[in-house]
Design a protein around this ligand. Structure first.
Ligand code: ADP
Ligand code: MG
Length: 720
């Protein structure tokens, strides 16, 4: 008998086990049984043959129509031509060179599974020498290597590779299920009853060999519940444990740097900023660490909120660190914060107020001496506020008393990196995570499920919402008008961004993944514009392969309005703040994701002048890409766009970004379609963990959760 932990080599034989290990990374029976079919084919499926993409490795279910063997004209040998079709009348050609004996099994009228690479010959789809298995006919007693039997009408089709066919997997699964002792169930009995969930073993059997659509549905529901529930239990536990840890309260004080700063603010805080600011202020005063996610569109004033929180910590004798995803952004935050603080950032300088503190920038590109100097201010506590990139996470970066960590644009940092920074404080610091990417509810519950959440929903008063239009890129008149708009803005004293998907130096540009032309490139577009439609304007270039110094210099020139136009890649996506920039032209806009476009256009219209964003694209208006662009143009509601974005991304990508190990455990769950289930699993997890934080009453659940966390750590270590 076998369990989920049994090595595959003792169940399916050494050779097959090696093939499964090498091609599909499967080591145990559990790995195999968690490789669920991605669809179920039936004799008579209609969509199969229609949906074949040239170049893909496809497995189809079809019926043999004609079989002809003929000698080859110019070469020696023979060719077996087979036509197969589905019940919808779609046909496909199969060709076999020099394998006349294959005809023995390929009898007209019989159903089979055919697998191979899809090619095109004279305008028709075909499979060359496909691998195949005929399906057993119910009225015939046949035993052959080439006949497959499936229990029900539904034939599981597995994600396969050229080396391991779907029927090989199906056969291994059948063997494994035959010897499997049903695993004990990690889900609490009460939960199974309450939500009518099938047991674990039964669900594993049914998802591989369903005898009806009802059983299949029940099996999927059960397995999804398991994925959602285990994930929620880890998150709720993480949250509960983190909240129970001791932290130094940072209540602030009256008459300190924060009050001095507030008194100088040139504007009123928005209601949202005030409300969220109060919540954060209260959290910081608690003897337990804050873990809060602050969401708000670009320009909604998050940085302002975080700065006030940092000042409260400084007022309490501690330090605050802000972690930014790029050097450009870190440098920008550093300059804005120093500017906003004025002499309050000049502790130790002549004439600085006595409440002043020091502000230090730490990035990977500091020279050795500068770095030593910067690190000294962290270690001796003279820097109350530290801004940096992930260079802050390195060994040898020590703080005197780190009280608050602010993470800007969280989606680029994983849980592990958060932990690394947290570990730099004697006691766990308070943590504020900020993101401008609006997060759909299910993602907030899963990827960020261990955080409290706050939202800034309004923009500061006086902002004119940005206007967005789609411009047909192939149309010369429209493009002339586009560049003319840029000139008009510049003549009115404003500045412009031109964003391109690609840099255009050979090193960083990989070959396009498809047969479209390569996306437009910064270097070429900048040159074309300065010799053409934007001749005479001061044009600068910014991209990720420039040195940190060069980037900073360009950003500074742009911020100081010494450049009219900045041609850039998405390095400007996050946080770059030049209120005088009023127009953004996004070239080949269809090459960007919805959220990314939304994020990008947030760079304009940050001042009081109206912002304009033009999405230049050659995509047809009716194509999916064209419709995406139209959606971005039609609304500035970031949450709606985030949902749209989620629909277009693979679930694993969303989860994988922040929750490395969870990816391998989430196979069936969809963040989009299973929102209700995820919500219920959250409630159930809170109830279970609330009553019994260490899960002592549920040892099987505790074990399953421990395994999940182990895998997560292991994956993190592998990634380095
Ligand atoms: P975010 O970080 O959410 O993108 P910021 O905090 O950088 O937003 O704010 C964007 C701009 O708006 C900054 O120039 C900032 O000084 C300004 N700002 C912030 N809060 C207000 C407010 N309440 N009223 C007017 N302007 C504000
Ligand atoms: Mg910001």
């Amino acid at each position: 008998m076998a369990t989920l932990d049994t090595k595959l080599s003792s169940v399916v034989g050494a050779k097959t086990a090696t093939a499964l290990a090498d091609n599909l990374e499967m080591a145990t029976v559990g790995d195999l049984l968690h490789h669920y079919p991605f669809r179920y084919a039936q004799r008579g499926d209609r969509a199969d043959l229609n949906a074949l993409q040239i170049g893909e490795h496809a497995t189809v279910v079809a019926r043999v129509r004609t079989v002809t063997n003929r000698p080859m004209r110019n070469r020696r040998g023979s060719m077996l031509d087979v036509t197969v079709s589905d019940d919808g009348g779609n046909t496909l050609n199969l060709t076999f060179f020099n394998q006349p004996w294959q005809a023995r099994h390929l009898k007209a009228g019989r159903w089979g599974l055919f697998a191979g690479k899809v090619t095109e010959f004279r305008g028709r789809r075909q499979l060359n020498s496909p691998d195949f298995r005929m399906l057993a006919d119910t009225d015939e007693e046949e035993t052959s290597e080439l006949i497959e039997e499936f229990a029900g009408a539904m034939i599981p089709v597995y994600r396969a590779t050229g080396k391991v066919a779907t029927w090989t997997i199906a056969r291994c699964v059948r063997v494994a299920l035959d010897v499997l002792t049903d695993p004990s169930d990690p889900l609490p009995a009460s939960l199974r009853t309450e939500h009518s969930l099938m047991d674990y073993g039964a669900a594993l059997r049914a998802i591989h060999r369903p005898d009806s659509t009802e059983t299949l549905y029940a099996a999927k529901k059960r397995l999804k519940w398991q994925e959602a529930f285990l994930l929620q239990v880890t998150l709720v536990q993480r949250k509960t444990r983190a909240a129970a840890a001791p932290a130094t309260p940072r209540p602030g004080r009256t008459g300190g740097i924060r009050d001095a700063f507030d008194a100088r603010l040139p504007f009123e805080l928005t209601d949202g900023q005030r409300r969220v600011g109060d919540d954060i202020g209260t959290d910081l005063a608690h003897p337990h660490p804050m873990h809060r996610l602050l969401q708000g569109d670009v320009g909604s004033g998050k940085t302002m909120v975080s700065l006030r929180a940092m000042l409260q910590v400084v007022d309490s004798g501690g330090q605050a660190a802000m972690l930014a995803p790029t050097e450009v952004l870190a440098a920008q935050h550093f300059h804005t914060i120093r500017e906003q603080l004025g002499d309050l950032a000049r502790a130790g300088e002549l004439g600085a107020p006595e409440t002043a503190t020091g502000v230090t920038l730490v990035t990977g590109s500091l020279g050795a001496a500068a770095r030593r100097g910067a690190l000294a201010t962290l270690a001796d506590g003279s820097a109350g506020i530290v801004i940096g990139t992930h260079a802050l996470l390195y060994e040898g970066v020590d703080f005197a008393d780190l009280g608050l960590v602010v993470i800007d644009e969280q989606h680029r940092f994983g849980v592990e990196q958060r932990d690394a920074l947290r570990a730099k404080a004697g006691k766990p610091p308070h943590v504020l995570v900020m993101t401008a990417t609006p997060i759909p509810r299910t993602v907030a519950m899963t990827v960020y499920g261990d955080l409290e959440t706050s939202r800034l929903t309004e923009l500061p008063a006086g902002r004119t919402p940005i206007k967005t239009h789609v411009v047909p890129g192939g149309d010369g008149r429209w493009m002339n008008r586009t560049w003319q708009r840029v000139r008009e803005e510049v003549e009115a004293g404003h500045q412009a961004y031109v964003v391109c998907p690609r840099i255009g130096d050979d090193e960083s540009d990989s070959a396009p993944a498809d047969d479209r032309r390569p996306p437009l490139a910064v270097l070429e577009v900048a040159e074309g514009l300065s010799n053409g439609p934007l001749a005479g304007l001061r044009i600068g270039i910014l991209h990720g392969r420039m040195t940190a110094d060069a980037k900073e210099q360009v950003m500074n020139e742009y911020a100081a309005a010494k450049l009219d136009v900045l041609v850039a890649t998405t390095v400007i996506e996050v946080g770059v703040n030049v209120p005088n920039a009023t127009v953004m032209i996004i070239m080949d806009a269809d090459r960007f994701g919805v959220s990314q476009l939304h994020q990008l256009r947030g760079r304009v219209g940050r001042g009081t002048a109206a912002g304009l964003c033009l999405l230049v694209s050659e995509a047809e208006a009716e194509s999916p890409a064209g419709e995406r662009l139209a959606a971005v143009a039609s609304t500035t509601d970031g949450f709606r766009l985030a949902e749209l974005d989620l629909e277009q991304r693979r679930e694993g990508d969303v989860l994988g970004e922040a929750q490395s190990g969870a990816r391998s455990h989430v196979r069936l769950l969809s963040l989009l379609r299973d929102a209700d289930l995820i919500g219920q699993a959250r409630v159930a997890a809170e109830a279970v963990v609330g009553d019994d934080p260490d899960l002592t009453a549920e040892p099987l659940l505790a074990q399953a959760v421990a395994n999940l966390i182990d895998d997560e750590r292991a994956e993190y270590l592998e990634k380095g």
